[in-house]
Design a protein around this ligand. Sequence first.
Ligand code: GCU
Length: 394
Amino acid sequence: MKHFISFSLAVLMCSMVVAQQPNVNYDEHKVKPYTLPQVLKTNGGRQVTTKEIWEKQRRREILKLFEDNVYGQMPHSFDSINFTVSGKNNSAYNGRAKLKEVDIEVFRNSQSVVIHLLLFIPKSKSKPGVFLLINNRGKENTDATRQTKSEFWPVEMVVDSGFAIASFHVSDLAPDNKDSFTNGALRLYPEQASAENGMRAIGAWAWGASRVLDYLETDKDIDAKKVAVVGHSRGGKAALWAAAQDRRFAMCISNCSGNSGAKLSKRNFGETVAIINTAFPHWFSPNYKKYNDDEQALPVDQHMLISLIAPRPVYATNASEDLWADPTGTFLALKHAEEVYELYGIKPGLPMHPPAIDHPVNNSRVAYHNRTGIHNMIIYDWRNFVVFGKRFLK
Ligand code: GCU
């Protein structure tokens, strides 16, 4: 009954949106046939049968296709990086955690950018794994004093589960605004800002996650080999791109990431490439705009982005009322990525069809849930991330 009510509500809400956006499809029956590019066939048409061919050739090809057509290039070089512990509290959360605040400053071409990192480390565990959140919401969600508590970043629950939890804010890397997004990491890479396949905001946020990992590798209180990069929605798009690019991330969690995140684009269900590029022109490379209203011409789809994370564990989620982010399309993208995990001897764990709402499937390396409710990241989601972390961040 509950599901029925929320489903009816979703249909009602969606029909309201449809009334405003005539091009948005929320009807499964109206999904037109589409063909996904084959993950396991090289650009030259060769079948990929081993993980060696995957890693040496196909993985690189796919990464380049995403750089050239979607997220832009990911610059890997800079002049230097400095870490300054700007705050410390050895008895945070009633003495159960240590808090560190670290300023990570990256220099290139006489420019620099500072990423402010918050890190809570449980005292109950030596060298714990870390959930690193790319925070795309207000900074009140990641209050270091813990006077304001938010389910978006549930420090206490995660610490009590024996994991460290960290966050940085996207505005340190690229303000989320079409007029000012270059005022961050892109100051270090002006050549990116002027390139058609150059890095934009989502790329800058992902780049920032990697610089945080550079710091975590130097912190003896945590295990940098067990870092899960976590993001919600636009932050979830960046989390996938970060984990696809940087194989040091041991796990990726992408919550309600939707279009150009974990959902398939070619299904044209919910948000489309044209809509996202129009509303957020600063998120993706200029080249991505070529695919506005032409998803079928894209040489990639998002199952290929997920496959770049293999064999590392990946968890994507949805909320039942958030059809904009296409829960079914997210499930299908994960499902199609499983064949790359199979190259590593990992058997597909997802069922053939999307599991029922509120029935997480997170006992396999490619994990999924669709929770009752609206577009958000809440304690239900985090509890499941922790379950997944206990299984696979070992
Ligand atoms: C908008 C956008 C989505 C995005 C979301 C968010 O709804 O269309 O693509 O995921 O904002 O970041 O909250």
